[in-house]
Design a protein around this ligand. Structure first.
Ligand code: C5P
Length: 236
């Protein structure tokens, strides 16, 4: 249990182009609920959670507001319109956060299998270190290429991690990192990379592989199976 206060930012303004779907990924329904609702429901028991902000597309602002009010009764909830890139969607959410919340967790709308224990572990690590992210060790050997598919280098797999979310930071550090990135036109694919760019240290907290990001059609099939199958407890 922690006495520190936490805000949750969920970027949900992506188009779902890689999934090839008309409806954006967070709003696809599985087992009678949107993926966004499955994801949000993983956070309802987190101690210290004080505020939730979701960035979304203009046409989903009203329905998202309703989802938030239903799931987080008594908490401050806000919906903002997202931007062109994930980073812009999170910046818009950060701009709407209360001034006094101590920590911010950023979690992708399309990772509905995060377990509350991992969230809590990541929060505790962020309280100690200033910033922490959930990650899993790289399963495949990763190649660095030049622009024309020529392999340049093969980093040692032992030191490679796949960054997931949540990524949790002291609020003032994350705000500083976003300001610096904006000033320098630095675009990262996760939030930790913005802190790294600022010169801050971020800890890795080992999570689990079930916390995958629904990105491609196969991921969606797997998510449907996990959310509807009785065998889901056996997958680790
Ligand atoms: O597609 P990608 O892997 O970047 O999506 C990660 C998360 O970021 C998704 O939940 C998606 O809805 C969100 N996103 C966003 N605004 C964008 C692009 C992605 O909120 N412009």
């Amino acid at each position: 249990m922690s006495n520190s206060s936490l805000a949750l930012i969920i970027p949900a303004a992506g188009s779902g182009a890689r999934l090839g779907s008309e409806v954006p990924k967070p709003y696809l329904e599985i087992a009678g609920k949107t993926i966004l609702e499955h994801t949000l429901s993983r956070f309802t028991t987190i101690s210290g959670l004080r505020e939730v902000v979701v960035s979304t597309s203009p046409q989903y602002v009203d329905s998202t507001g309703y989802i938030l009010k239903t799931l987080f009764e008594g908490l401050k909830t806000t919906v903002v319109v997202g931007g062109v890139e994930r980073q812009h969607s999170i910046r818009n959410a950060l701009n709407s956060l209360s001034e006094d919340v101590q920590f911010v967790a950023v979690h992708d709308a399309v990772r509905p299998f995060i377990d509350p224990d991992s969230i809590q572990k990541c929060f505790e690590a962020a309280i100690k270190a200033g910033g922490a992210i959930i990650a899993v060790s790289a399963k495949d050997t990763i190649k660095i290429s030049d622009g024309s598919k020529q392999i340049v280098r093969t980093p040692n797999r032992k030191n490679l991690w796949q960054a997931q979310t949540p990524q949790i930071f002291k609020t003032d550090l994350l705000r500083q990192a976003y300001r610096k990135a904006e000033q320098d036109n630095f675009l990262g694919t996760d939030d930790a990379s913005l802190l790294e760019y600022l010169g801050e240290k971020v800890l890795l907290v080992e999570g689990n592989r079930e916390n995958f990001k629904i990105t491609y059609p196969l991921d969606l099939k797997f998510a449907e199976w996990l959310l509807t199958s009785d065998m889901k407890q056996d997958i680790k």
